[in-house]
Design a protein around this ligand. Sequence first.
Ligand SMILES: Nc1ncnc2c1ncn2[C@@H]1O[C@H](COP(=O)(O)OP(=O)(O)O)[C@@H](O)[C@H]1O
Ligand SMILES: [Mg+2]
Length: 379
Amino acid sequence: MKKKLKVGILFGGKSGEHEVSVVSATNVAQALDPDKYDVTLIGIDKTGRWLLPDQSILLTNAKNPRLVKLNKEQKSVCLVPFEDERSLVPTDPTSSSAQAARFDVILPILHGTYGEDGTIQGLLELSNLPYVGSGVVGSSVGMDKDVSRRLLVQAGIPCVPTKVIRRHEFEKSADTIIQNLIKELGLPFFVKPANMGSSVGVHKVKTAEEAVVKLKDAFSYDVKVLAEKAVAARELEVAVLGNDQAKASVVGEIIPTHEFYSYEAKYMDENGAHLKIPAENLTADQIKTIQQMALGAFQCLELKGLARVDFFLDKNSGQVYLNEVNTIPGFTQISMYPKLWMASGMTYAGLLDELIRLALERHAEKNLLKTSFDPNESE
Ligand SMILES: Nc1ncnc2c1ncn2[C@@H]1O[C@H](COP(=O)(O)OP(=O)(O)O)[C@@H](O)[C@H]1O
Ligand SMILES: [Mg+2]
């Protein structure tokens, strides 16, 4: 019998997107084929503590996606990288989790800060552990809406006109900055923290008066904020899967029932948005353009494994803009990313098999590289 792969699922996290990660991870754990995988859930609580007890006590209400949570009562373990053994070693060696900490592959089902931004990926690199998704560079660049935009624009991929504001400048001359934003972008405009997700800190600014409050709120999440021209847009999304030869899924559409696709629309209101898969009323040319832009972004931002690439289609001009990339998109059974692949003929479990295969492929390729230089070897 083939040996089962030992899979660690990292989830939760010190992030505004903790809850959705818990739901994604429970869905993933339930879908992984028990004949192929031996699964360990590794919960990270909101303070950043790592929890690794028995699966049955790690989660409360594990069967109910609306109530599922990390069980707060658990003793935490601190895991540190240990290169040779491909493991994360508990700092308490007597802990029963010592054995559980050796893995063949890690699935970081973490969204936002300290999970999607290259930090966890760095820890996994130091541990020589294969993991699903983008590496350190792709993850951190993909998370930073300002840096990713500069690279996308350089690659000829259209993005909405944006101004970047730093907190130290804003603190000195808020009034002048706001006047200039209104002059350059017009009203309304959007503000958003450079490194965030789930629409946390995203606001539509309609008047000069409310600009200060909304910018201040955005600055409470990051020292760098983007101000963007507001586009009357259809919101279209594409799933990308692969490493060097990635492919793009069908195009899906998010139709928010709120003023925009806010945090409330995403998570607080069951009817906050409708998903249309595939999106309707798009020409074959528009679909092709969007899919090619998604693949172009995947390559230009050094993404690997998976990404959901989000677009705006300007209802007035027909212009397509790339809005953002998500290197670890929502992964519940009803999330856009898996649903886009299901609409393209894959199953949820088959998609996970493929993501794990891609993680192992990338790790094997990287391990072939030299990490020392021998001047006596051939040129
Ligand atoms: N320039 C814009 N024009 C129109 N709507 C926008 C713009 N920027 C953001 N939005 C709205 O805000 C939502 C969240 O913004 P987004 O940049 O996708 O941040 P997040 O990473 O939090 O999802 C978008 O899905 C969209 O509804
Ligand atoms: Mg978004």
